[in-house]
Design a protein around this ligand. Structure first.
Ligand SMILES: Cc1cc2nc3c(=O)[nH]c(=O)nc-3n(C[C@H](O)[C@H](O)[C@H](O)COP(=O)(O)OP(=O)(O)OC[C@H]3O[C@@H](n4cnc5c(N)ncnc54)[C@H](O)[C@@H]3O)c2cc1C
Length: 448
């Protein structure tokens, strides 16, 4: 294909990686050319999915970063019309000063809207507002046949729901419409509560989460015994305009981690020490702390390339969700297994999910709890250990987030995602020659 080059790519976790042909279309006509000429391909946004969802070492990877035009914005309705390569960073930069915010944002602003839709990302407000797809009115999808299909809840709704969370395997989203929310200020009024263990954290979530639009807890994934799952809950509501607030956008300054950072510096001992300090530095209770949205939603973005902190072998992010019924017991079991193992959970985050998007077979959120943690890649034993954790999650009726996954087995994904058979049928219909594929799709046998 004209202009394509070979590149080694990975996800944000830097494990695994693969060599692929990449093309960077700038216009729809270039994208159509990629779609018609490539024997196999997958779209890639900013590569912030952690594992192997966004590259295809058996063929082409289509970078969408130049398909990033704003098409229109209607301040009356709040509807933004943009191409799929536009990023959260770009949208907030332009629209926060005008008093608008995205209805759902993940923990980094460096994602494209196409990538975010293909993972159906959730934010800290899932218990109130659901995931991203709930706010997307429609999109256009370039399918392997070369058709540009308009998808909404009313028109081609089967394709709409198969694409939401569908990891780029039904087509390439070219542009979409999303309803933004009005913003009075760039600040969140945050309440902090320390919870001495997991039971206290869950009690606080259930007792008062409904008061907050945004809710999340940092969790000490190394503490054990009576402190198992000790957490700091950070919950807040958009701050009204007033003293100390404005409509300032986020800063674009960041510090970069060099690629020579020795991964062994992050180990159970150093992280245990860090977690103790982090837990104690927060007061037992603090109220209405005015915090800029950047620090609240994207705390890690100030350190660009922070994924290098885990060293060249990379890291995994293990994120699972379990339903409320039996969820507490499953969380405790997982935390205990980690506490007894050699594998420390770093940067663990606990949230509550509200109702998921039931019509979407591969969308991750389900009503219940979700826990996400980073795990540096150490040895093969870790993969066996995580299979044990998968079984606990699966037995509790839970599931793993595929947008973060790099190692799940194909049979496990079938147990976890009930609607998979129907999704595979639709995939076979829209992509009969199995051209839309990725390393993840082959690993999980999502390409029938
Ligand atoms: C620090 C950090 C915090 C995060 N926090 C959260 C969080 O709170 N909640 C959450 O849900 N996720 C979270 N994530 C995951 C991240 O939000 C998602 O993986 C997101 O989809 C990545 O967007 P991207 O543009 O980088 O997509 P990529 O990683 O490049 O691609 C992701 C998937 O989307 C597909 N895709 C990309 N563009 C298109 C397109 N135009 N059409 C069709 N398919 C496409 C790709 O094929 C791939 O399967 C986080 C990631 C990081 C690194």
């Amino acid at each position: 294909m004209t202009g394509s080059i070979e590149r080694q790519l990975s996800g944000w976790g830097r494990y695994p990686s693969g060599t692929t042909e990449v093309c960077r279309p700038e216009r729809l006509s270039d994208l159509r050319e990629c779609m018609s000429e490539a024997t196999s391909l997958v779209a890639r946004g900013l590569g912030r999915s952690y594992g192997d969802a966004a590259f295809n070492s058996a063929g082409f990877t289509v970078l969408t970063e130049r398909l990033n035009r704003f098409v229109a914005f209607d301040a009356e309705s709040g509807i933004l019309d943009c191409e799929a390569g536009v990023t959260v960073d770009e949208i907030l930069s332009v629209l926060v000063p005008r008093g608008f915010f995205l209805p759902v944002v993940p923990g980094t602003k460096y994602v494209t809207m196409g990538g975010a839709l293909a993972c159906d990302v959730h934010g800290k407000n899932h218990h109130k507002d659901g995931s991203l797809s709930r706010h997307v009115t429609d999109f256009r999808l370039l399918t392997p046949s070369g058709d540009l299909v308009f998808c909404s809840r009313e028109e081609n709704s089967d394709l709409f729901w198969a694409t939401v969370g569908g990891l780029g395997l039904t087509g390439i989203v070219t542009d979409l419409r999303i309803k933004l929310i009005p913003l009075e200020s760039s600040y969140v009024s945050v309440d902090y509560d320390r919870a001495e263990n997991i039971d206290k954290a869950l009690e606080l979530f259930h007792e008062s989460d409904e008061k907050y639009k945004y809710s999340v807890a940092w969790l000490d994934g190394i503490a054990s015994g009576r402190s198992l799952g000790r957490s700091v809950l950070m919950r807040g509501n958009p701050a009204a305009a007033g003293p100390g607030t404005d409509l300032s956008r986020h800063s674009s300054r960041s510090f970069s981690v060099p690629d020579v950072f020795p991964g062994f510096l992050l180990n159970r001992v150093s992280v245990r020490a860090f977690n103790t300090v982090y837990y104690r530095k927060h007061p037992r209770k603090a109220r209405e702390v005015l915090t800029h949205y950047e620090s609240f939603f994207f705390p890690l973005d100030r350190l660009s390339n922070w994924n290098r902190l885990y060293g060249k072998k990379g890291f995994l992010q293990y994120q699972f969700a379990v339903p409320y019924e039996g969820g507490r017991e499953a969380l405790i079991k997982v935390l205990e297994l980690f506490a007894k193992s050699r594998y420390g959970m770093f940067l663990a985050v606990l949230k509550r999910f509200g109702p998921g998007e039931a019509a979407s077979a591969l969308s991750f959120p389900m009503p219940g709890y979700t826990l996400a943690a980073d795990l540096p890649c150490r040895d093969a034993g870790m993969f066996d250990f995580l299979r044990q954790i998968d079984r606990v999650v699966s037995a509790a009726g839970g599931r793993i987030y595929l947008g973060k996954d790099a190692r799940l087995a194909a049979d496990a994904v079938r147990e976890m995602y009930e609607g998979l058979d129907a999704w595979l049928e639709l995939k076979a219909r829209v992509d009969p020659d199995r051209r839309l594929t990725s390393d993840l799709a082959r690993r999980l046998e999502l390409v029938p």
